[in-house]
Structures are given as structure tokens and as C-alpha cells.
Design a protein around this ligand. Structure first.
Ligand code: FMN
Length: 393
């Protein structure tokens, strides 16, 4: 029997929580925390999105350990952070939206200089991006990271979050272990897919054990690293099936690429090379200008650009799924629903217009004003914003 196609703008259950509609503001690192704590500007950012009509907004990347930060000021799950996090969740709830916290360890994408600690990775290798060697994670490191996720999820409940989103993508630590390109270990964490998936599954299990069904658990996972020899779709389908069998996640959100191996594969569209170069001191600035075109290879943008791949994961599992990547209008949302996805997640279109969902509610033919210039990406350490938008609105 075929299921009726859900209305993307009507309320829906995500694990134990009910969202007012099926749209989710996906994590866009805000760069608005200070000293690892919430600020009023971070609260305002999420209130703006909540007021704009999304079912749930996502507080981007809150590291589960100091050495897992990509930015020194990033939120850490400490007692000191709790009051600010509570203010944030209360402010979002007051606008009728739910709120999720993205938790993870950046692994080889972490910033070793800012963290004053080496970046953890499956093995020791030199990373041009950070100009340093990674540290091969020991079993004790991995235990600490798994426990850190459980601790973060427990604190997310205390802080009033409705969901946690476990970061298993973008070649952050868990994703770097999944990747055959990055993981050359010969212990129980390397080699076979079962071994490479061990860390991701352990993390999800530890989070489930800690939260039970009090809040929803989402896993954001790569389908494809975007490089030859990387993690790939058929493996992602198997890992999705394992996560489903483990009963550790309530929904899957599939992504692709990474800032480490192939940044623009994640986003598609223009590579804002000049703006990126401006973020670096010399001689890196010139290096980025000269070699950046190779590293920041651009890919043509089109709406729903991850659908063809995500559809294959959709066919492999019964778990609820969130379609991500180039969702910008009601037509795209309806396609996602018709393809069997239960939710849609949106990043750039909502940075451009935080009230886009309200506008689509009022006029379903509304088109997004985002042009995928990707210049928002170059703003993430200064306070993420669309360079085209009037922030006062
Ligand atoms: C400025 C910016 C910051 C982002 N920060 C994060 C992040 O912290 N964590 C994450 O998982 N994805 C991050 N992303 C990726 C988005 O969540 C999303 O996967 C991607 O932009 C594709 O969705 P879209 O086509 O709707 O923009 C970021 C994207 C942008 C544009």
C-alpha cells in the first residue's frame, strides 16, 4: 500500500518530538559564541530563524571536547555554558520552533593551533590546511570522544534541546574513520567497513544510551567524500542499515564532501576564492589565491543536488530521512516528500531569508533569493551572514 505524501508544512513527529512543520534549519556554524559560551547574538540568530517559520533550528557544531573545536570560541558542554544554552532554547521555543544541537568532534578538521592540541585522526599525517601533523587517535582518545558525545547529549537535555544531531560527516572525526581514504588503521577501527564504522556506531549508541527517547537523535552522515578512494554511497547505505538495526538514531540526514578533501563538493556553486584568500595572513593568502582553484574546485549548483544519491540511501532503510542540499522552495520540498523523505533541511536559502518558510506558507510559489555565491562561508568566523541580505530585517 502506498503511503500518502505528507504535507511539508504540517506538524510531524521526529522521534519523541513534534515539529510544527517538516522544515529544519540545518547547521551553519554561526561564529557567534564567545569564550565557549552562548551570546545574545547567537540567541538572536536562532530566534530570527524560529520566527521565520522553520519547524526546528540547529545550533551548529558544539564540540564534545576542546581538541575537537574548529574555532577556539566554539561552545563546549560545560556547566558554565548551561545557563546560556537554556536561554537560547527558551527563546526559540517561545517562537514556536524546536531546537537541535549539533554535537561532534572535528578530528582532522579541528584547529590544532587554536586548540593548542594536535588534531585527532585515524593516523598521523601532514595536513596542508592546518600546516601540522595529526595525532593518530589511541583507543583511550576514542573512548574519551565517545563519552564526550554522551555527556554532550545529556547536557543538551538539561539545556532544553529537543534533539541532538550527531556529526558523522564532512570528514570530522567519525567521518574520517569511515573514509578509506583517511583511515589506514590495522586495528579494530580500520580496514573492513565494519571496523571503520565502529566509531560512528559507538558514538550513536552512547548518545542513545544517555538520552533514551527523551529527545530526538539525528545523524548527519556523508554518502560520499567527493574524492577517489573516499567513503562512497554503497558503504554509506550499509552504515545507514547498521544504524537503523542498532536503533540508535531517529532520523538520517545525508551529506557529502568535506572542507578537508573537497569543500565545494559539499555545497556546489561558486568557489569564493578571493574572499577565502582574504581570511589568511601572508604567505598563505597568496597560496590560497594560486592553489585555491585546485583545492576549491567548483561544481555546478542545482536545486536538490544530493537527491540522486540520497534516494539510494532512502531505498536502503526505513528510518525517517531528512533531505538536504539545495532545498530552496516549495516545489523542492514537495519533491522530497514525494520521494519518501520525511523532512527537509535548508542552510543557505535560510541564511539569505530567515523568514522564507513563512513566506512559502503565505505564497507557495515563493522563490528563494539565494544565488549560491557561497560568500556566507567566508563569514563563519566573524558572525555568519548572507552578504546579500539586510541583516536588520
Ligand atoms: C556558512 C555555512 C556554515 C556551515 N556550517 C556547518 C556546520 O557547522 N555543520 C555542518 O554540519 N554543516 C555546516 N554547513 C553545511 C550545511 O549545513 C548544509 O549541509 C549545506 O550548506 C547544504 O545545504 P544548502 O544547500 O541548503 O545550503 C554550513 C554551510 C554554510 C553555508
Amino acid at each position: 500500500m502506498t503511503q500518502p505524501v505528507p504535507d511539508v508544512l504540517a506538524p510531524a513527529r521526529l522521534g519523541p518530538v513534534t515539529l510544527r512543520n517538516r522544515t529544519i534549519k540545518s547547521a551553519t556554524y554561526e561564529g557567534l559564541s564567545k569564550d565557549n559560551l552562548v551570546t545574545d547574538r547567537l540567541i538572536d540568530f536562532h530566534v530570527r530563524h524560529a520566527r521565520g517559520g522553520v519547524g526546528m533550528t540547529t545550533v551548529a557544531y558544539c564540540a564534545v571536547a576542546p581538541d575537537g573545536r574548529t574555532d577556539r570560541k566554539q561552545i563546549l558542554w560545560t556547566d558554565a555554558a548551561l545557563p546560556g544554552l537554556r536561554d537560547l532554547t527558551e527563546a526559540v521555543h517561545a517562537e514556536g520552533a524546536a531546537v537541535s544541537a549539533q554535537i561532534g568532534h572535528a578530528g582532522p578538521v579541528a584547529n590544532p593551533k587554536a586548540n593548542e592540541a594536535p588534531a585527532l585522526a585515524p593516523g598521523r599525517h601532514f595536513h596542508a590546511t592546518t600546516q601540522s601533523f595529526t595525532k593518530a587517535a589511541t583507543r583511550a582518545d576514542l573512548r574519551r570522544v565517545v563519552d564526550g558525545h554522551a555527556h554532550a547529549a545529556g547536557m543538551a537535555i538539561e539545556a532544553g534541546f529537543d534533539a541532538v544531531e550527531v556529526h558523522l560527516g564532512h570528514n570530522y572525526l567519525a567521518s574520517s574513520f569511515l573514509s578509506p581514504k583517511l583511515n589506514h588503521r590495522d586495528d579494530e577501527y580500520g580496514g573492513s567497513l565494519e571496523n571503520r564504522a565502529r566509531l560512528s556506531r559507538d558514538i550513536a549508541r552512547a548518545v542513545r544510551d544517555r538520552v533514551g527517547d527523551r529527545i530526538a537523535i539525528i545523524a548527519k552522515m556523508n554518502m560520499d567524500d567527493g574524492v577517489p578512494g573516499g567513503f562512497w554511497l554503497d558503504e554509506a547505505g550499509q552504515v545507514a542499515q547498521w544504524l537503523e538495526a542498532d536503533g540508535t538514531v531517529d532520523a538520517l540526514e545525508m551529506t557529502a564532501g568535506s572542507s578537508l578533501l573537497n569543500p565545494m563538493y559539499l555545497f556546489k556553486g561558486d568557489a569564493p576564492l578571493r574572499e577565502f584568500a582574504a581570511l589568511f595572513p601572508q604567505p598563505m593568502k597568496t597560496g590560497v589565491k594560486v592553489f585555491g582553484r585546485w583545492k576549491l574546485r567548483s561544481y555546478p549548483y542545482r536545486d536538490l543536488y544530493l537527491l540522486e544519491h540520497a534516494r539510494q540511501i532512502r531505498a536502503a532503510v526505513k528510518l525517517p530521512m531528512i533531505l538536504l542540499g539545495g532545498v530552496t522552495d516549495k516545489a523542492g520540498m514537495d519533491t522530497a516528500m514525494a520521494e519518501g523523505f520525511q523532512f527537509v533541511a535548508m542552510a543557505r536559502a535560510l541564511l539569505r531569508e530567515p523568514d522564507l518558510i513563512n513566506r512559502i506558507q503565505a505564497e507557495p510559489a515563493t522563490k528563494s533569493l539565494c544565488i549560491h555565491c557561497n560568500k556566507c562561508m567566508t563569514e563563519i568566523y566573524a558572525g555568519t551572514r548572507c552578504v546579500l541580505a539586510n541583516q536588520a530585517s
